[in-house]
Design a protein around this ligand. Structure first.
Ligand code: ZN
Length: 397
């Protein structure tokens, strides 16, 4: 009997082992580029055969390669060659690991194939790109869309749930900017924005949770990408009372430092704000989101009178947040600014974008990357939220 039990145990362990193996992500252990005439070859060393889904995007020219969830162990320092200028990669959505190749000039996928282990090499995925004309590239963009199954977002449709969570607490949604194949900007200390803002977002969450007064949700709590619209949709689905998107800025002048808080406006408060909006709104382009399907519901909502109240609340919160940050965090002059930021376009959730500081200033970048800096920011955000809702209560809301 015991032997049978042992055999059974052994078998079930084996089965568990296989299913764990099946569920396991692929490993990408190396990548390289090579050029041969008009053909640029992209080779990925993979742990097993993986079927890529490849499509093209124009303006700028990009090749997007989607793979099953992968563990990236390859070097990020590999330089593009031939038609390829550079690349980015990361978790695009649950189950989809994305590599985006930026092209110097239009190039189409001539072929892609799998190579079995041989001659000291393991499994390889090979993608051959061939330079082409713009017209041919644009045709290939259309064809690649047709050939590829349309990815359906797993997200449920917008449901604006009643305010207050079941516990009666105010719901705060914290959005750590960027993620996955969109790393945000790389500061002088060599840490990407997506990493630093997630650390700040977690510090804010922990600070708010410690009060016991708020129900805090995060748009992401790992290195994953969300399209800009999806971020505020998450806030709407949670029935958020407040939405705070956290970013860190960059600029060509290394002496500029300090935090600023942004509200939505179709007209930017200054040139820098316009530039910032252009940068931050590019997130979807960087991560290779096909923007063609995007509708214009938001711009029509934007002019809706119903949004005015939300914008008022957003501005009130931004002003309070600036004054609380000023007490303990390095600030930019004129800390309260306006820009046309896509992530702030929820029509019914008061929203602000916190640019926590500049990663292009060494001291500021170190502050943002430190536990102490993150805690100071988190405390300022918590104090601002406390004050804002006290004010709301006073107004009978
Ligand atoms: Zn950003």
């Amino acid at each position: 009997m015991r032997r049978i039990m042992r055999l059974f145990l052994c078998l079930s362990l084996m089965l568990a082992g296989t299913s764990a193996l099946l569920a396991k992500d692929i490993d990408i252990s190396g990548i390289r580029f090579g050029q041969n005439g008009e053909v640029t070859r992209f080779v990925l060393d993979v742990s097993e055969k993986a079927e890529p889904s490849i499509f093209l995007l124009a303006d700028p020219y990009r090749v997007v390669i989607d793979l099953p969830e992968a563990d990236w162990r390859a070097s990020d320092k590999v330089k593009g060659e031939g038609a390829v200028d550079g690349f980015r990669h990361g978790l695009f959505a649950p189950g989809i690991y994305r590599i985006v190749l930026d092209l110097k000039a239009p190039a189409i996928v001539k072929k892609s194939f799998h190579l079995a282990p041989r001659g000291g090499y393991g499994h390889r995925l090979v993608i051959d790109l061939e330079t082409t004309s713009r017209t041919q590239f644009l045709t290939a963009v259309k064809d690649s869309k047709k050939a590829r199954p349309v990815m359906v977002s797993k997200a449920t449709p917008d449901v604006v749930s009643p305010r207050r969570s079941v516990t009666g607490k105010r719901i705060i949604v914290i959005d750590a900017g960027h993620g996955g194949p969109d790393p945000g900007n790389l500061g002088v200390i060599g840490v990407h924005e997506k990493v630093i803002v997630l650390a700040i977002a977690r510090a804010v969450r922990d600070e708010l949770n410690a009060t016991g007064r708020y129900d805090v949700r995060m748009t992401r709590d790992r290195d994953i990408f969300w399209p800009v619209r999806e971020r505020f949709r998450i806030a709407r689905r949670h029935g958020a009372d407040l939405f705070i998107s956290i970013h860190a800025d960059s600029i060509s002048k290394p002496n500029v430092s300090g935090a600023s808080v942004y509200n939505l406006s179709e007209t930017a408060s200054d040139k820098e704000a316009a530039r910032l909006a252009a940068r931050e709104n590019k997130s979807d382009v960087i991560a290779g989101v096909n923007l063609e399907q995007a509708d214009d519901e938001v711009s029509s909502i934007l002019i809706d009178l119903a949004q005015r109240e939300t914008m008022n609340f957003s501005a009130q919160f931004a002003a309070i947040l600036v004054s609380e940050l000023e007490r303990d965090v390095p600030m930019l002059r004129r800390g309260h600014r306006f820009a046309n930021l896509g992530v702030l376009k929820a029509p019914d959730v008061p929203s602000v974008l916190l640019e926590a500081g500049y990663l292009t200033n060494k001291q500021n970048a170190r502050f943002l990357n430190s536990r102490d800096g993150q805690r100071r920011i988190a405390k300022a955000v918590r104090r601002a939220i406390d004050r804002y809702f006290e004010q709301m209560v006073a107004l009978g809301r």
